[in-house]
Write a protein that binds this ligand. Structure first.
Ligand code: HMG
Ligand code: MG
Length: 285
């Protein structure tokens, strides 16, 4: 019996590769993204227009967006922390962008050198400019369960930031368990608070698998109405400013799990396995 559609938002080329110690040649990125483009994803996060001093691994993002073979029906997304990033993403032809905030002050400072309030001020003109050219903007909230600097994060703090990003015009809010500290119970408590301010159909779960609980956390999220999950092929991933964040939940595991439960993902599992093999070969750990 079909349980209806469920989407995986592929973040491997960005959230995955931003954390690799090795300097990955753009040709390898083209090959990975071009393979992912054949797998049936509707959205692939391929680039990040951040300071190369902060994240050198993403420095070739314009070249990546210029060199991939774009597949019809796939939106290629890019992170943009400020107006400079927005301009670069626009020039490179990103199909959508993402701004990224944190529910905790410690991570906000470590990751983007701004308080939460300052980051929202910084994102406001990005949203305005994006609206002028009809560019969809996704909003991330990091540290929705725990922060590597501040400890436990209250569900109300997550709801407050999610509400702000949604109110500013983000079409979807992706909730990041940045260091994989969530359990089905803590994820459910957080989602119940966030659902009060953003409809479940506009939320995505972005779960790192550091403790091996991401699939259980996806199950808890499914039962609360979420139908979009971020994942990285081959389990690539992490965040250079979140010690212990290694490992986004692997796309191939999520895709198989959702299919076994009866959800339709529209994904070709064989092509995903092919991409997962490439991604694993790119990993340095
Ligand atoms: P700053 O040092 O406060 O900013 O960094 P600044 O304005 O003083 O600029 C510093 C330098 O960066 C200047 O260059 C700027 O021109 C340049 P300099 O004059 O020193 O030569 N610069 C830029 N260069 C390229 N692109 C830009 C840009 N902006 C400034 N857009 C800033 C502030 C936000 C720029 C910095 O902190 C930054 O880039 N942070 C990004 C960190 C990052 O990418 N983290 C990983 C992504 S988030 C994540 O992984 C979590 C997520 O997956 C969800 C989850 O799991 O929770 C999304
Ligand atoms: Mg992440």
């Amino acid at each position: 019996m079909s349980l209806g559609p469920c989407e995986i938002f592929e973040v491997g080329p960005r959230d995955g590769l931003q954390n690799e110690a090795r300097d990955i040649p753009v040709a390898e990125k083209f090959a990975l993204i071009d393979t992912l483009s054949r797998a049936g994803f509707r959205r692939i996060e391929a680039a990040s227009f951040v300071s190369p001093k902060w994240v050198p691994q993403m420095a070739g993002s314009a070249a990546v967006l210029a060199g991939i073979t774009r597949a019809e029906g796939v939106r290629y997304a890019a992170l943009t922390p400020n107006l400079r990033g927005f301009e670069d993403a626009k020039a490179a032809g990103a199909d959508e962008i993402a701004i990224f905030a944190s529910a905790s002050e410690g991570f906000s400072k470590a990751n983007i050198n701004a308080s939460i309030a300052e980051s929202i001020d910084r994102f406001t003109p990005v949203l305005e400019e994006a609206r002028h050219i009809d560019l969809p903007v996704r909003g991330y909230v990091s540290c929705v369960i725990e922060c590597p600097y501040d400890g436990t994060v209250a569900p109300s703090a997550v709801a407050e930031v999610a509400d702000k990003l949604f109110g500013m015009g983000c079409y979807e809010i992706s909730l990041g368990d940045t260091i994989g500290a969530g359990t089905p119970d803590s994820i459910a408590r957080m989602l119940l608070a966030v659902r009060d301010v953003v409809p479940a159909g506009r939320l995505a779960g972005h779960y790192h698998d550091t403790q091996g609980r991401a699939i259980d956390n996806i199950d808890a999220s499914l039962s609360l109405g979420l139908r979009v999950f971020d994942a990285a092929v081959g389990g690539l991933g992490g965040c250079p400013y979140a010690p212990g964040a290694a490992g986004n939940v692997a796309t191939e595991t999520v895709a198989r799990h959702l299919a076994a439960l009866g959800y339709e993902t529209g994904l070709d599992l064989e092509v995903i396995e092919e991409a997962a093999g490439m991604a694993r070969a790119m990993r340095t750990d």
